[in-house]
Design a protein around this ligand. Structure first.
Ligand SMILES: NC(=O)c1ccc[n+]([C@@H]2O[C@H](COP(=O)([O-])OP(=O)(O)OC[C@H]3O[C@@H](n4cnc5c(N)ncnc54)[C@H](O)[C@@H]3O)[C@@H](O)[C@H]2O)c1
Ligand SMILES: O=c1ccn([C@@H]2O[C@H](COP(=O)(O)OP(=O)(O)O[C@H]3O[C@H](CO)[C@@H](O)[C@H](O)[C@H]3O)[C@@H](O)[C@H]2O)c(=O)[nH]1
Length: 440
């Protein structure tokens, strides 16, 4: 099948590559010429395990190509995926300008039947707006071409994006007409060979399903973070509590890890957008509002511990930071807790030396020429002469460090662990002061 993917970011590029990998011919469009140049030159603009190889393999096989030409893209695929960004507007609601621009480009140039698939995370009612934008463009050029608009939200996680796309738990499709349903069934057939993973529903329910999934996961995390803070106050250990509740199949083991807050390009923005949707609908969403507030304060939890240990004034202090990305296996720092912590430390007069296996260039881009933030080539060299180590992202390479080396490099042996990487008793037994989240 011929497929166009509009937007070649995390979702567009992964979707395009995976759809090509099962034999489709895929054209990926982006309005950013720099991105398309990197892709046509054989590179990829993001860090995502396995993606570079998959992109290369399919480009070499002639099934995957890239363009900035909107007309070519609109004329290419009978299926047109919209996978552009939906960043938060000033009031937190999703900004649809990129989605609607993409829809208009399709309407301007399409030359036959099209199924337009909203893969971006968009508020309920967006498919209607996409439909109207295309209708307007067609009308303005006096065309009456047939098309359908479908909602097909994406559930992939960064760092595991390929596996999530190739082996999905479910494929949600919101569609109101049979022709579109048949095309979507055909397109996704290779991804559901073991059992039927397609969940068909009406468009509005599909749009809401995406927000519901992210909001539920964010709620679990904020709940566990509150519980961790409570456990600390009560002399209990949240890790044991997590094991105790996770073994109940009604609760389950996933997404129960306390830490220094959730980040990324999705949870923070999607929780905000859902709150806005509810406000606009006149529906009070007390739980969601609390989820967001709890996460905002959780991003400061390590700073509070640092202040308790070192005092309010941190001038002259230097902190080593392991991890900058919002989670392991990505260089994405959107809404990363590390950003809040770096800002807070610098504001209090401290300096920071950071190490991250892949996100340091991104941090340099974000913090520019901030001289009080420096970078180390290795985890252990970040510690040299620092007053304490902060762990912010749970990269695998931090799991089993040599604590003797940590002790020898730090000015005093103090670790603030925002991801509960170690057994407190084990670390403390080596003469290290260890502050984790909700641990004894
Ligand atoms: N990142 C994730 O893990 C993830 C997972 C599931 C869903 N989503 C959702 O998918 C959508 C895309 O997210 P992302 O992380 O891939 O964003 P991204 O910022 O990485 O990529 C979006 C791309 O779209 C391009 N673009 C913007 N307007 C365009 C246009 N009119 N025509 C062509 N290209 C255009 C941008 O240049 C950019 O390269 C968002 O709605 C997001 O919420 C993201
Ligand atoms: O038990 C947990 C699990 C995650 N996190 C944090 O939550 C954030 C998000 O993590 P994760 O969900 O793994 O990454 P994303 O790539 O943001 O993926 C989420 O957002 C995507 C975009 O909408 C969805 O497609 C995915 O299904 C959804 O998991 C990160 O900061 C994690 O550190 C925790 O603090 N505790």
């Amino acid at each position: 099948m011929k497929v166009t993917v509009i937007g070649s970011g995390y979702v567009g590029l992964v979707s395009g590559a995976c759809l090509a990998d099962v034999g489709n011919d895929v054209l990926c469009l982006d309005v950013d010429p720099a991105k398309i140049k990197i892709l046509t030159d054989g590179g990829i603009p993001i860090h995502e395990p396995g993606l570079q190889e998959m992109v290369r393999r399919n480009v070499d096989a002639g099934r995957l190509s890239f363009t900035t030409d909107v007309e070519k893209a609109a004329k290419y695929g009978a299926i047109q995926f919209i996978a552009v960004g939906t960043p938060p507007d000033e009031d937190g609601s999703a900004d649809l300008k990129y989605v609607l621009a993409a829809a208009r480009n399709i309407g301007k140039h399409m030359d036959g039947y099209r199924v337009i698939v909203d893969k971006s995370t968009v508020p309920v009612g967006t498919a209607d707006k996409v439909h109207a934008a295309i209708a307007e463009e067609l009308a303005s050029r006096g065309e009456a071409l047939e098309y359908s608009v479908v909602s097909n939200p994406e559930f992939l996680k960064e760092g595991a994006a390929i596996d999530d796309f190739m082996r999905p738990d479910r494929i949600v499709v919101g569609a109101d007409d049979e022709k579109a349903i048949e095309l979507m069934r055909l397109l996704y057939a290779p991804f559901q060979r073991n059992h039927d993973k397609l969940v068909f529903m009406d468009v509005r329910s599909a749009e809401l399903t995406k927000y519901a999934a992210n909001a539920m996961l964010a709620t679990r995390i904020s709940f566990m973070n509150e519980l961790a803070n409570l456990a600390e106050a009560l002399g209990a250990d949240v890790e044991l509590v997590r094991q105790g509740i996770g073994s109940d199949p009604r609760i389950g083991r996933h997404f129960l890890y306390s830490g220094c807050g959730y980040g990324g390009s999705c949870f923070p923005k999607d929780v905000k957008a859902l709150i806005q949707t509810a406000n606009q609908a006149g529906v009070e969403v007390k739980v969601l509002t609390a989820v967001e507030e709890a996460n905002d304060s959780q991003k400061h939890v390590l700073i509070e511990k640092i202040i308790k240990r070192f005092g309010e004034d941190l001038s002259g202090k230097r902190f080593a930071m392991w991890g900058l990305a919002f989670k392991p296996d990505t260089d994405d720092m959107r809404e990363a807790p590390s950003r809040v912590m770096i800002d807070a430390l610098l504001k209090r007069g401290a300096t920071v030396t950071a190490y991250d296996p892949v996100a340091m260039p991104e941090a340099e881009r974000i913090f520019g020429n901030e001289s009080r933030l420096t970078y180390a080539g290795r985890p252990m060299s970040a510690l040299e002469g620092a007053d304490a180590l902060l762990i912010v992202t749970e990269w695998k390479e931090f799991r089993s460090p040599d604590f003797d080396v940590i002790k020898s490099r730090l000015r005093a042996p103090v670790i603030f662990d925002g991801r509960n990487m170690y057994e407190p008793a084990h670390v403390k037994a080596q003469g290290i002061e260890y502050f984790a989240i909700g641990r004894k």
